[in-house]
Design a protein around this ligand. Structure first.
Ligand code: ADP
Length: 527
């Protein structure tokens, strides 16, 4: 920014300062004028108060040397006029007087004088004091000048910031409103690739389509991240709070991340969530997707788990990993926009936006978010989601809990005797039961029917596949209660899919009865 258009340089005015000398004795005037002649200052002379006031208004001197005792208006009165006038209040006044008592000096300073010199005066002293006042004037002018420059700069900065905000809003608005149009071709590409994949038999081509799939996935991820940010920036995201069964969400997340975890040799587990919560399903899913994707990316071995704890009116969703962990100094910074920890051992690419989106979405939903982590010792991200408020909860859960006695249960048991006995017991407790002895018949029987719970013996890993198929056919994550023998139970670490519980055979009927109390009637809670 150039200074040339602003106020003139105040230093240039130093030698052109104007001094007005006021005294009713002409010889004093001459003497003082003589004393100041070599300074380069412009000298003005006045013989009384009226003349002084006229010259002060017309010439705007920098300093006035003012006698006190004068015929007509005295120096005090003149000073008072000058100090009470907006045009002249800033002129430095030096009293020159034979009245040397302290009261007069105090009166002079009270009226706003800058200095006071006793008569008879020493010429050098007058010169020095005048110079001091001129210097002070110059400094004041400099300050005013710089202040003015600063104010102009602040105004320009404000204008630039406002313009940047307007442009950024326009950009975000454009991205937000075009998001549908932008997503559409990507979605089409994905579907086309799927079709192509099903028609390709030649192996090298399959490798190629696989690579294209990976690129599309990476592109979709980047794209979704950028769209999320622009939608948040444009304040386009409005939460729609609903009553949610987190087990259904957990099931979708497991479907989405299972392969990724498997490829890295990580165990991915989801606990069963006992109560419904209040949140926006798609925004909550976005948060959990980002946290899970990070947990898997930044974990080389071990596990990633989603579990729940209760705390007052909140359910804490805990996304825990056994990964590289985060040093304490970085734990708040990782939520900043574009912040990434430079970790050369983890060859991962990213924009550094994931956690920023998580933080902004959590704030939008008013879900408190915390992190617990130690370097090289894993991380836990804890999102607190409110339970359904008391009255809604009554509506949502009354059917679920109080009707626990009339659940629709599918019973899979290969041993015919156990099947018959369990069927009788469950029906006695008021449940509607579909009993099958063979896994194949389960899918056929249930494809048309909603159930609240599957009670199954655990046979082998095919049972888990069957459950995944069943859930896909039903379109929701039906909970599973494994009733299984000791040997099978030893293998139960394999039972890592969400919404499952295990009871060991032989089952005490009371334990089975209690266990059934915790299952809601899914059909009603999903409405
Ligand atoms: P990105 O993963 O794209 O770099 P994020 O905003 O999601 O961006 O994360 C910011 C940084 O926080 C990451 O670069 C990573 O260093 C660190 N981080 C996030 N989640 C984890 C985690 N679960 N374990 C260890 N570090 C993590």
């Amino acid at each position: 920014m150039s200074n040339s258009t602003h106020a003139p340089d105040p230093l240039a005015t130093f030698s052109t300062a104007t001094i007005l000398i006021v005294d009713d004795h002409p010889e004093n005037l001459q003497l003082l004028a003589y004393c100041l002649k070599d300074t380069g200052y412009t000298i003005l002379l006045a013989e009384d108060g009226e003349q002084c006031l006229d010259l002060a208004h017309s010439e705007k001197p920098d300093v006035i040397l003012l006698d006190i005792i004068m015929p007509g208006m005295d120096g005090f009165e003149v000073c008072s006029h000058l100090k009470n006038n907006a045009q002249t209040w800033h002129i430095a006044i030096i009293f020159l007087s034979a009245l040397s008592n302290i009261e007069n000096k105090i009166k002079g300073f009270r009226l706003g004088a800058a200095d006071y010199i006793n008569k008879p005066f020493q010429l050098e002293e007058v010169l020095a004091r005048v110079n001091t006042q001129v210097h002070l004037r110059i400094l004041r002018k400099q300050l005013e000048h710089q202040n003015q420059l600063l104010q102009e700069q602040a105004k320009q900065l404000q204008q630039s910031a406002q313009q940047a905000r307007t442009e950024s809003r326009a950009k975000s608005h454009f991205m937000a409103i075009s998001s549908h149009d932008l997503r559409q071709p990507l979605h089409a590409l994905s579907l086309l690739l799927e079709t192509l994949n099903s028609k390709v038999e030649h192996r090298p081509l399959l490798v190629l389509t696989q690579r294209i799939r990976q690129s599309i996935n990476a592109l979709s991820h980047l794209f979704n991240t950028l769209l999320d940010v622009s939608q948040l920036d444009a304040q386009k995201i409005k939460p729609h709070i609903e009553i949610l069964d987190l087990n259904t969400l957990a099931y979708q997340l497991q479907e989405e991340f299972a392969t990724q975890a498997q490829e890295k040799g990580l165990t991915l587990t989801f606990a069963y969530c006992p109560k419904p919560v209040c949140s926006d399903p798609s925004l909550l899913k976005r948060i959990l997707q980002n946290l899970l994707s990070n947990a898997i990316r930044y974990t080389q071995q071990g596990s990633v788990s989603v579990s729940y704890t209760e705390q007052d009116e909140y359910l804490n969703i805990i996304i825990q990993d056994t990964g590289i962990g985060i040093a304490e100094a970085q734990q708040q910074r990782i939520f900043e926009e574009f912040y990434r920890i430079d970790n050369s051992t983890m060859a991962t690419s990213g924009l550094g936006l994931g956690l920023n989106i998580v933080k902004r979405l959590a704030a939008l939903l008013q879900h408190p978010l915390h992190i617990q982590s130690r370097l090289n010792n894993g991380s836990s991200f804890i999102l607190s989601v409110p339970y359904v408020p008391a009255t809604d909860s009554e509506i949502a859960l009354s059917t679920a809990i109080s009707e626990a006695h009339s659940l629709s249960i599918a019973l899979l048991e290969k041993d015919p005797d156990t099947l018959a006995i369990t069927l009788e017991l469950l029906e006695d407790w008021g449940h509607h039961v579909i009993a099958v002895a063979h896994p194949d018949s389960l899918l056929k029987t249930l494809s048309q029917q909603d159930i609240d719970l599957l009670i199954s013996d655990f046979q082998d890993s095919d049972t888990l596949k069957l459950i995944q198929q069943l859930r896909t056919a039903l379109g929701y994550a039906v909970p599973v209660l494994f009733v299984t023998s000791e040997t099978a139970l030893q293998r139960s670490t394999e039972i890592t899919i969400s919404g499952t519980k295990v009871l060991a055979k032989p089952v005490n009927p009371d334990h089975l009865y209690d266990a059934l109390q915790s299952y809601p009637k899914l059909k009603s809670s999903r409405l």
